[in-house]
Design a protein around this ligand. Structure first.
Ligand code: URA
Length: 310
C-alpha cells in the first residue's frame, strides 16, 4: 500500500498550510470546528412588536384564545432543560440580551415559548431545544451497508446503532466500501431535507486516487463534467497529498447521486481506491474512531436545521 491512512493530529484538512513532518500520504481526518455560516436566526415568525409588553409568544395560542389560557413554557425553563445553564443563569442571559426567539432579542423574563416551533438562539447561535429530536454522527466503517436491516444478513449501520435505533433513519447513504460520516436521526423532516437535492447540502470527501493529479483538475471539476446520468460539478477540489503515484484529494459536492464521487473522479482519470466522507454541511467527522457513534450537540443540530430552513 502506497499511502498510509492514519490520523494527522491537529491538522485542518481544509487549510492550504504546510503539512507537518510525517509520512507522506497520511490520511487526514481532521478535527477543526467549523463556525456556523449562518449563526443567527431568521427574523419574524409569529413575533409581534408588543412582545415586550406582553411576553407571550403570539404563535403559542390562537388569536381568539382568552388571555388567561396562555400556552407554552417559560423560556428560562426551556433553556435550562436544554442544558444552556441553570434557570438562574438562563435568566441572567436573558437579562443580558443574549437570547433570541425567532430572530428577535428577548430582554424580559417570563416569555413563553413553544419548544416544538420556536427557534431559539444563544449569542446568535441557533440551538435545538426539542429533547425528543435526536441526531447521531457515525463513523461508518467500510464493509457495512447503509441500511437499518438486511435480509441477506450483511452487517448494517442498524446493527451498529443497536438499541439506539428506535425511530432512527440514516440521512442519505454511503456505499458499502465508503467510510466516514453518516448522520442518523429520528427527525424525518430533517433527514428528508438534508438528503434532498434541492437543499444542496455540501458533503466533503477525502479520496485516495491513482496517478498524479493534473494541475488544471480543480478548474475542470468546478466547471463540471457530463456523466451518464447528467452533469456534475465540484464545489471545490484540492490535492491534500501526493506520493509514489498516488494522491489524496479533497472534494466537496452538493450532489447525492449514487457512487457520485467515484464516478466523477474515475471520469477525469482518477480512479478511487479509498473514500471517506469527512463532513456533511457544518458537521464534521472530527477524530471519531471507525465504528464509533456520537450524539450531535444542540449547537450542531441547530446549525443543521438552520442550513435546511427548519
Ligand atoms: N460518492 C460515492 O461514490 N460513494 C459514496 O458513498 C458517497 C459519495
Amino acid at each position: 500500500m502506497l499511502l498510509t491512512f492514519g490520523a494527522l493530529a491537529g491538522r485542518d484538512q481544509r487549510s492550504a498550510g504546510p503539512r507537518p513532518a510525517g509520512r507522506v500520504g497520511d490520511w487526514a481526518v481532521m478535527n477543526s470546528v467549523t463556525p456556523n455560516d449562518e449563526s443567527t436566526t431568521a427574523a419574524g415568525d409569529g413575533w409581534s412588536e408588543d412582545m415586550e409588553l406582553a411576553p407571550v409568544h403570539p404563535g403559542d395560542r390562537p388569536a381568539a384564545e382568552p388571555d388567561g389560557d396562555r400556552e407554552g413554557e417559560r423560556l428560562q425553563k426551556v433553556l435550562a432543560r436544554a442544558g444552556v445553564g441553570s434557570r438562574r443563569v438562563c435568566e441572567d442571559m436573558i437579562e443580558a440580551g443574549r437570547i433570541s426567539v425567532n430572530g428577535r432579542q428577548v430582554t424580559v423574563q417570563g416569555m413563553r415559548v413553544d419548544p416544538g416551533r420556536d427557534k431559539i438562539a444563544v449569542d446568535g447561535v441557533r440551538i435545538e431545544i426539542r429533547e425528543d429530536r435526536i441526531t447521531y454522527a457515525m463513523n461508518k466503517p467500510p464493509g457495512v451497508i447503509t441500511a437499518m436491516s438486511d435480509d441477506r444478513n450483511r452487517p448494517t449501520v442498524g446493527d451498529m446503532v443497536g438499541d439506539l435505533a428506535k425511530g432512527l433513519v440514516h440521512v442519505g447513504r454511503l456505499d458499502q466500501d465508503t467510510e466516514g460520516l453518516l448522520l442518523l436521526t429520528n427527525d424525518g423532516e430533517l433527514a428528508h431535507r438534508l438528503a434532498h437535492p434541492s437543499y444542496e447540502v455540501r458533503k466533503t470527501y477525502l479520496a485516495q486516487v491513482s496517478g498524479p493529479v493534473p494541475r488544471d483538475m480543480a478548474r475542470r471539476l468546478r466547471a463540471g463534467v457530463e456523466l451518464d446520468d447528467g452533469p456534475v460539478a465540484a464545489d471545490s477540489f484540492r490535492v491534500v497529498d501526493t506520493h509514489a503515484g498516488q494522491s489524496v484529494v479533497e472534494i466537496v459536492l452538493h450532489e447525492g447521486r449514487k457512487h457520485i464521487v467515484r464516478r466523477l473522479l474515475a471520469h477525469v482519470g482518477l480512479p478511487v481506491s479509498r473514500l471517506t466522507r469527512t463532513a456533511v454541511g457544518p458537521i464534521e467527522l472530527q477524530r471519531m474512531r471507525s465504528g464509533s457513534i456520537r450524539r450531535l450537540s444542540k449547537e450542531e443540530l441547530g446549525s443543521l436545521q438552520e442550513l435546511v430552513g427548519l
